[in-house]
Design a protein around this ligand. Structure first.
Ligand SMILES: [Zn+2]
Ligand SMILES: [Zn+2]
Length: 209
């Protein structure tokens, strides 16, 4: 399989490797789409995000979707299942996991994070708990956007947007645009999407969901 590895700051190399084996509880997924997150861009430019330091060679990428090509005996998944991927594999036993806030698990293993292989390669072994079957009419690019959509959904829930609210979203990247779209779903009547480069980009009538 082809694997794009970050081998140094601003240096990608394509490697030809055997497809990975699956471990206990794992399913092999053929990656069909992977988004480039701002965190991937940070790793590319600086080799780190704060105290998260790349372990070169590092396979980046965590917003992804694909098709199951191999599953273990007794898995909930079958070959051919189309899946979206939850990039964080949380521990399941800390206080945050136990009260359902697994997104802030301090022991999380995050796809494409330091030392953990990410999605910029053709096949990826994943714990089946990280997979969600997607509808037949959902494309892989849309499915890869479900992770940033989850971030946007969480932000909108925390902000308690109500019908007729006017809101501002700072940042007009994928998460900013998805946050604006989620605010429309929640009934916000006027939305300002702000970016450092060109000021207000667009507002509610330009956001379609
Ligand atoms: Zn991301
Ligand atoms: Zn945990």
């Amino acid at each position: 399989m082809k694997s794009a590895k970050l081998v140094g700051i601003r240096q990608f190399e394509i490697f030809d490797l055997p497809a990975p084996e699956i471990g206990k509880g794992e399913v092999l997924v053929a990656i069909k789409s992977a988004g480039i997150c701002a965190s991937d861009v940070h790793y590319y430019h600086h080799g780190r995000i704060g105290d998260q330091v790349c372990v070169f060679p590092q396979v980046l990428g965590h917003e992804c979707a694909g098709v199951v090509v191999k599953a273990f005996n007794g898995s909930l998944f079958n070959e051919g299942d189309r899946v979206a991927v939850e990039p964080g594999l949380s521990c399941g036993s800390c206080e945050h996991c136990l009260c359902g806030r697994y997104n802030i698990c301090p022991n999380v293993k995050f796809l494409g994070g330091p030392g953990i292989g990410g999605a910029f390669q053709e096949f990826l072994p994943l714990d089946e708990r990280q997979l969600h079957v997607i509808p037949a009419d959902m494309g892989f690019d849309e499915a890869a956007l479900l992770e940033p959509l989850g971030v946007a959904y969480h932000a909108v829930c925390l902000s308690e947007v109500k019908p007729c609210d006017t809101i501002a979203v700072f940042g007009a990247g994928a998460v900013g645009q998805l946050t604006a779209a989620m605010a429309v779903v929640c009934g916000a009547s006027e939305i300002f999407l702000l970016t450092r480069k060109i000021g207000v980009v667009f507002c509610e009538e330009n956001v379609r969901v």
